[in-house]
Design a protein around this ligand. Structure first.
Ligand code: ADP
Ligand code: ADP
Length: 226
């Protein structure tokens, strides 16, 4: 079943020298409900641009992007977004950061009792009252993911969430993300330039070529999940 559809999408930018740069050129891609899709490619090929369009943080110049058949009009908690780092509000505790997920939907009062469950799910029991600067980078990324997952998004958009982590922490977070994906049945869309990471985590890998950003290949991985 198709969840999101990207049809003939173009996005250009004007650079500092007033030259027009194609960030994305005629992108076509269908994203299936529940799949773990990775988007890989060299730096500058348009991965973040594509993810921002899926999030509704940016709009295509031409072409259309739909979610469940409806055109995406802007950001919405049905699509969670996790940045490479620094997603958390530094002035809020772990618990309050996760609460902002609920507050964004205006359902904090009704669902605040679920926060403890999500803190447990990401393995951060006991860290409720701690601030982002007091936890490790891997823990902070798990909090950012929990803050999105508590909204039960249909898709979680991950922009190199492991990019700033050391190798051991990265391996831990990869396994945690796989576990959360299985538990929550959320569609995962991961941007990375780490080929091994993409192969380890994904059902399907999309390869983007260098400028102009085009999808050059799609690899279907049919490895059984551990
Ligand atoms: P990636 O995530 O694959 O590294 P990006 O999507 O960030 O690539 O960028 C694709 C291209 O678009 C790059 O050439 C980049 O310099 C350019 N670009 C991205 N965002 C902007 C922007 N806001 N203004 C101008 N150029 C941009
Ligand atoms: P990660 O859990 O992201 O892999 P690290 O490898 O940096 O993080 O840290 C390993 C472990 O150290 C964490 O899982 C956590 O149990 C502990 N730890 C990290 N920061 C703190 C802290 N501020 N207070 C208590 N324990 C911490």
């Amino acid at each position: 079943e198709i969840l999101m559809e990207i049809k003939s999408v173009d996005r250009t930018y004007v650079d500092a020298n007033n030259h027009t740069v194609d960030a994305l050129k005629d992108i076509n891609l269908s994203i299936r409900r529940g799949e773990f899709l990775s988007i890989i490619g060299p730096s500058g090929c348009g991965k973040t641009t594509l993810l921002r369009l899926l999030a509704g943080l940016d709009v295509p110049e031409s072409g259309v992007i739909t979610l469940e058949g409806e055109e995406i009009k802007g950001p919405h908690p049905d699509r969670g977004y996790v940045f490479q780092q620094g997603s958390l509000f530094p002035w809020l505790t772990v618990e309050k950061n996760i609460a902002t997920g609920l507050k964004a939907r205006g359902v904090y009062k009704k669902h605040k009792n679920e926060i403890a469950q999500y803190i447990n799910m990401i393995g951060l029991d006991g860290f409720e009252e701690v601030f982002p600067h007091q936890i490790s980078g891997g823990m902070a990324q798990r909090v950012a993911i929990a803050r999105s997952l508590i909204n039960h998004p249909v898709a979680l958009l991950l922009d190199e969430p492991m990019g700033a982590l050391d190798a051991f922490t990265r391996a831990d977070l990869q396994d945690k993300i796989l576990e959360l994906w299985k538990k929550n049945e959320t569609t995962m869309i991961l941007v990375t330039h780490d080929v091994e990471e993409a192969l380890y985590l994904s059902d399907r890998v999309v390869i983007m070529s260098p400028r102009p950003g085009k999808i050059s290949e799609i690899i279907n991985i049919s490895l059984p999940r551990p």
